[in-house]
Ligand binder design. Sequence first.
Ligand SMILES: Cc1ncc(COP(=O)(O)O)c(C=O)c1O
Length: 473
Amino acid sequence: MNWDIERTQKTPIYQSIMKHITQNIQNGQLLPGQKLPSERKLAAIIGVNRSTIVRVMAELEAKGIIKRQQGSGTMVNDDKWGLSQEPVVDWHQLIQGQQTDEHQLLMTQIKEKSQEEGVIDAYTGELPLDLVPAFDLPQSNWRDFIEADKNQDALGYFPLRQAISNLVAQDYRFTLPVEHLMITSGGHQAIFLIVQALLNSGDAVAICQPSFLYALNLFQTAGIRLFGVPMDEQGMRLDFLENEILKHRVKLVMLNPTFQNPTGTTMSLARRQALIKLCQTYKIPIIEDDAFGLLPFDKRTNVPPLKKLDPQNVIYIGSLSKIIGSTTKIGWISAPLAVLEKLSIARQDLDLTLSIFPQVLANYALSDVTFQDKLASLRAQINVRMTYFLDLIGQDFTCHRPAGGFYVWLKLSTDTLTKKQMDAFLSAGILCLPSFVFGDKTPAIRLNIARLNRDEIKRLVEKLQELKQVGIC
Ligand SMILES: Cc1ncc(COP(=O)(O)O)c(C=O)c1O
């Protein structure tokens, strides 16, 4: 292979070498599993310091592009669908924003299949229509909305900010001051604005592995490097997090600590306190995504949000999507004023204006005298579904009991999760998302149990048991 590196004044040489190696893998000059020259040899061929090559290799390894094995040297990572027996994520593709053909094919197949009669849709992350609380809307006319617009500034519609502050105070017994609260077009926009305003291309962000953030393209398009931190039943593993912080100069830690998407795990209080301490030590802000936080099955066992434990260093994201439906597209961020200013400037620069209509409608819902009763009934109904599923599935599969939210993370008893197994789920009419969509290698699937009625849950469990008997899961 040719090692003539394009040298420009603008790009540091280590980046040019990384680009060269990546391009040669993409165009087939370097093949999966192919060995690279030793660091010393490569430094001599290219004519750079050995420390430059050490940095190149460390970064390429972190991105999953190459792997290093003691005794065998450095080689192009061959952990790809189809090449490996193991169900492994193609990290490079995920990080670079080019999802594999297999991944895209699977999503298309799931979407097509979802149109068929009788399929069990445990894949969508939405609240099902029959559980969306029905709020009556007051008589209003067009001008009321125009009038309401006068009550909106760069942070959103003031009465809604007040209503959200009251909701959080009532449900969590802590205060998100109205002046530190900004309305966004859903939790998704909140994450997008944080990425746009607080991060630069190349920055490193630590997230859980698995995490739903792997399924969002916005990190890839912004050039953000995601580093997955393994989890246990208490949430993100802090020993691994500290390692990532030391290795990659992590700029933010982003996590969804309560009823996590996709595993349903809730971070324990002790882990939350230790996480806060660790991030304070390294002066790293935490982004807490609490999209499911309003859905505990038993409010008495609620673990306090990170924001309540450390108001100064935590940026908090909330959303109404999981309690009144995602079409409402209302989310919020609570952050120090200086940060909110930056976020609202980013929103203005990107022309992402916030319509007054969903804000006024959401305010009607939150101000409805029946709101708390309806929310309590929603939690109870999801809990009934979850309990029914867990009782039926019994000991047949390994899954932990979520204390709230929508998801069950079902560990499969097979050693792998291949495309063939996913096809078998689809043929059986089970729509679900595999672990690799969430950046995880373990054979597991995410099931949205909140979406399923009693009959669907019964059929789902029967089908899973049948598939297990024939060795699919
Ligand atoms: C954990 C988490 N955060 C944020 C979002 C985005 O929420 P929204 O629908 O409010 O944009 C989702 C959506 O599924 C989610 O699961």
